[in-house]
Ligand binder design. Sequence first.
Ligand code: FEO
Length: 394
Amino acid sequence: MKPRPICDGVQWMGVVDWSRRLFDSLIPLPDGTSYNAYLVQGSDKTALLDTVDPAAKDVLMRRLADIDRIDYLISHHAEQDHSGTIPFILEKYDQAVLLCSSKAASMLVDHLGIASERIKTVEDGETLSLGNKTLRFVYTPWVHWPETMVTHLIEDRILFSCDFFGSHVATSDLYAGSDPYVLEAAKRYYAEIMMPFRKMIQNNLKKVRALEFDLIAPSHGPIYDQPEGILAAYEDWVSDRVSNLVVLPYISMHGSTEAMVNYLVEALAERGVRVQKFDLTSTDIGKLAMALVDAATIVIGTPTVHVGPHPNVFFATNLANTLRPKLRYIAIIGSYGWGTKAAEQLAGLIPNLKAEVLDTVLCKGFPGAEAFSALDALADTIREKHTSIEATAA
Ligand code: FEO
């Protein structure tokens, strides 16, 4: 794919990575991703906004084959999928100045070995003239690291947002249009990458809303040419609102915990509570993260393995704690063989979740009438709690 014009003097210079299936050695990429760099050529000066993952370096260098001069290289974010090719750009364009936020400067030195004399920091709100085009830099910390910022191209009304509003999608489409699939991918991206920083993003959204733009050009996924959709979605995701939804990740080794899980799912459904159930032997953790974006409650289902929770449940619980979803309630259910400390160990894994711990329902062996009755009581409690949330929100 060649550089693609966005408007006069502005081009997409990115790389679509159709085959990548894992990010940060953790995050599944079912639909690949892209690393979007953009070239802005003013009447006097030229700026390159971000670079690409080092694995895609050669593609970016080919795109730049006919570009003789770059005056400014703007780094919105020091993570290597955007910064990894900076050293090669600085080598090719030896007059280029690397511009970044004050926090990014040392990170670019530490992570990429960039000579500090090539770096100039910009202040929050500072503007840079390229002649007939003006760039305004806006600090947006914690989307996704502490140093992140965005750039507003004032005359052409474009917001270059880097990870903010991104989506891991490989596509030949330059623009998202109103494709609901892109919004779904953006929600997955938010859940996996941004959710831990929800409170900080609330402030960043207000800063971005104060700017005037018609396009949001992120560094992953297509450009938003109808930006209101993604802005409204983000405002919903970062809000304090939760929905009448239980997320139920679980493992079952011999069917006992699964019998409890299935019973609870039906009991909740009968009471009008939605449930998303995830078998952790096969689930896509990105889907689990998405479900956690607005769920009110998590119920963790685990058998006991050598006194503690199953290792996959341990992992999923630790992940939920790391992602800091806005859950209000937590419960633990499961079966054990002869003794268990699973509930205590799981409770110790979730210090970041500011949620009320509801009942724990553990049974020895296959569940019987007593366990099912306790699960009915748990379903009653969850329904009651969710009803009170809905009443408060109304
Ligand atoms: Fe796309 Fe945080 O890097």
